[in-house]
Structure formats: C-alpha cells, structure tokens
Design a binder for this molecule. Sequence first.
Ligand code: SF4
Length: 129
Amino acid sequence: MKIKTLVCNCKSLADFSKRSDMNTLPSEIEASDLDVDYAIVHPQLCGPGGTRVLEDVLRTAEDDPETFVVVAGCEQEAQRRLFQKTLRKAGFDQSHFVPVDIRDATNEGILERLRKKIEEEVRSRQRRH
Ligand code: SF4
C-alpha cells in the first residue's frame, strides 16, 4: 500500500496558511510516522498545471489498486467538486482519493489532520481486508 501526498499552497488558502511553512512541510510529512511514499507541494492543484500533475499521479496510482492519493488543501467537499473531472478522466477509484482540509493549521496541526484522515480512510480499510 502506498500513500502519495499532494499539498496545495494556493492564494485562496494564503489567509489560512500563514500559520504553516510549506517549505518544510513535505519533509516533515515524509519523516513522520505517517508512512507516506512522498509528499509534494504545488501552488494551485486545481489550476491547469496542477490538474495535469494530479492526473499524472492518479494515472500512475491507478495501476496499483493499493495506492491512495491524499490531497491536503481546501475544504473536502470543495476538493471533490474541483477534482471530480480529473478523477474521472484518470479512471481513478474515487474511494482512494482522500481530501484533507488543512486551512488555518500549523504544520503540526496539518500532520495531525493527515494522521486522523489516513487512520479513518486508509488504515481502517486495510484492517477490514
Ligand atoms: S484545490 Fe483548493 S486549495 Fe487547492 S488550489 Fe484549488 S482552491 Fe486552492
């Protein structure tokens, strides 16, 4: 099982993300006990370049049914709406797409939210199988 983590650092989050440090966050995620494959930051995942990056990641992940793609960014339902087309285009299993709301959190808070979401939506499923 692999967890690929993409973090949004877009302008609309700027007011909320003043408390976080996006330069150090990816390595903090990778060094944590979350056991992720990798973490990257993109300035606007729902923009034209961002959706291409996401699509590439989803297409690669799609070959491995054990892979989950976690996107840390705006509100979860907003992400589902914004990425619906890309998920469909890549033919990616929607239940393996895990949006996490990181607004108004410090790096420590973001790690906690990721931990909670990964526990709820990834590890608990693994235990059921
Ligand atoms: S998905 Fe949300 S956080 Fe990411 S770039 Fe778009 S609006 Fe910003």
